[in-house]
Design a protein around this ligand. Sequence first.
Ligand code: ADP
Ligand code: MG
Length: 411
Amino acid sequence: MPAFPTLLNPSILMAKLTLDDLDLRGKRVLIRVDFNVPLKENEDGSREVADDTRIRAALPTIRAVLERGGKAILMSHLGRPKGKPDPGLSLAPVAKHLERLLGRPVVFVPETVGERARAAVARLPEGGVLLLENTRFNPGEKANDPDFARALASLGDVYVNDAFGTAHRAHASTEGITHFVRQAAMGYLLQREVEYLGRVLENPDHPFTAVLGGAKVSDKIGVIENLLDRVEHLLVGGAMSYTFLKALGRGVGASRVEDDKLDVARALFEKAGGKIKLPFDHVAATAFDNDAPHHVVTGDIPDGEMGLDVGPATVATYRSILLKSRTIVWNGPMGVFEMPNYARGTFAVAEALAEATKQGALTIVGGGDSVAAINQSGYEKAVSHVSTGGGAMLEFLEGKTLPGIAALTDV
Ligand code: ADP
Ligand code: MG
């Protein structure tokens, strides 16, 4: 086994404080959640939450804090407000939605730090819940400004990070704040992510198969490099395949290719010594359009056509490898699954993961589009773990230290 390069493995669970280690009675518990949810605008101009998956994911931690006699002071970012208030990105609609989910009042404070925030926190009763305004309305958030971090920290007695999706960013509410609180612990959601992803890097059952697809090789080079030594198989799909295939001298027609990554792709393929499997048949179309003429092509893709999904023979091969695997990590769709004619490969991988899970395999899916795809396929409950982090999961799998986790209190 190669030496594990970072802190990030399940042993971190032994090394870092978790929610269950904290004494919460009567404490003001600052919880960094990931309420970066899509909003929709109603006809009257008001906004509401369009998808509450991330809010629901934070409920176990919030409920535990309340049950154990703590006061929950929640903070999150929403969207990209550029360091100043943006009414369209206010967390006010999220507070309303959370109120319904929790079945108890949620005090919303229209600022993050300042007189009103301090007064509202001081008035908060035991068992009370308060949500601060979007942390990114303050330029100090992304700048990880110590003054802003200290001001946030002063609103609580202990700090809990439950926002895996932003754990790869050293921002004031994820990293800076930990320097100004006595105890900084992982929440349940963060703990679950670290357990599953850490397990995969540290002691996976074998055979271990990674399925990587999606738009660009360049996004996934670090993951491929870090996983190559650990896996038996790395199944490639999506547009990324065409950069590999072109690098190996195959005809890819008008498929999406990163021409500046051909050398990297060739080097990775050679280094992999047969572990990297590439699609050998494709659903090729004459245009990037669901209704364009399309057909199954085996081998080289003709000029003027583009590969938009992996073909049925590739699907069958990948499926049989997946059904023999004991650990599977999947990131990146196998094709343009947003268009029904090119969704088959992606949904077949989702189905194979579900079957492998039934047979006892540990299966993990992550990435913004991959999660959307597995939700669409209906198999999201049939895999072991659906990660809430896109970029954070990729950085974790690259073996990088995530600042939001590394900064938590050592036991
Ligand atoms: P994730 O968000 O899960 O990490 P990516 O963002 O890397 O995934 O890639 C998802 C995108 O890749 C999807 O929008 C999908 O349409 C696109 N894609 C997949 N296969 C192809 C292909 N053959 N040609 C063009 N785009 C593709
Ligand atoms: Mg994406």
